[in-house]
Design a protein around this ligand. Structure first.
Ligand SMILES: C[S@@+](CC[C@H](N)C(=O)[O-])C[C@H]1O[C@@H](n2cnc3c(N)ncnc32)[C@H](O)[C@@H]1O
Length: 210
């Protein structure tokens, strides 16, 4: 029988929807660098041409991301505190909270990704928090390019994750449908299972047509 990944592996659904709109030369944001898997996916989807800015509050996460991306041939730039993204192609890593993103990015990203929660194999108490997650997402939604997409993975099953997942879900459910298309992927038969939200910014007045 042909081998297939479990259909409940939902993170790739969000990644694929980002890859559909991402082109070489684009700007992408990763709000939670972690172990660098999403970063690597974005970098490969843009064929190693363009810029990605990623945030994490843990130096360990940025070290792991740097190693993974350098192995893939990316130029990795570690930013100083409050230093913004430059014009050179590569992956920019910023140590600190993603809620600073609007002060560091003056351009419209084509895609934004965020995988919330804690660093697998790292400090589990350093989880994303509702207030800063919502703040970062509001800034990302404001900045996103027309035709751009944002994909999120949320974990209602762990402590604190429930409130964050509920609040982010409500934020995305309230996006006006004439300017945003929003979809949600979830495991339908497991309570508190992780879920993915993807929003696409559409031209004003076009949202209801397609
Ligand atoms: C689930 S992991 C991310 C996984 C990652 N995207 C990957 O592909 O490996 C969540 C990450 O969010 C980071 N984090 C927690 N609070 C944060 C904040 N306020 N700003 C930025 N990153 C944060 C954690 O340190 C952790 O590394």
């Amino acid at each position: 029988m042909k081998q297939a990944a479990a259909i409940t592996r939902i993170v790739p659904f969000g990644q694929q929807l980002l890859a559909e709109v991402l082109a070489p030369g684009d700007l992408a944001l990763d709000l939670t660098a972690g172990n660098g898997y999403d970063l690597l996916f974005l970098w490969q989807a843009m064929q190693g041409q363009g810029r990605i800015l990623a945030f994490d509050v843990q130096p360990l996460a940025l070290d792991r991301s740097q190693e993974r991306l350098r192995e893939a041939g990316a130029s990795v730039i570690r930013l100083c505190q409050n230093e913004g993204i430059g014009p050179d192609e590569g992956v920019y890593l910023s140590l600190g909270c993603h809620s600073r993103l609007a002060s560091l990015v003056g351009e419209a990203p084509k895609v934004v990704i965020a995988n919330f929660g804690f660093l697998p194999g790292g400090e589990t108490s350093l989880i994303t928090r509702t207030a800063s997650s919502i703040e970062a997402l509001n800034q990302a939604l404001e900045l996103l390019a027309l035709g751009g997409r944002i994909a999120l993975t949320l974990y209602p099953g762990h402590e604190g994750g429930d409130d964050e997942a509920f609040s982010v879900d409500a934020l995305f459910a309230a996006l006006p449908s004439d300017r945003w298309r929003v979809v949600r992927f979830c495991v339908a038969n497991v309570p508190h299972a992780p879920f993915v939200l993807v929003a696409e910014r559409v031209e004003f007045g076009r949202g209801k047509k397609g």
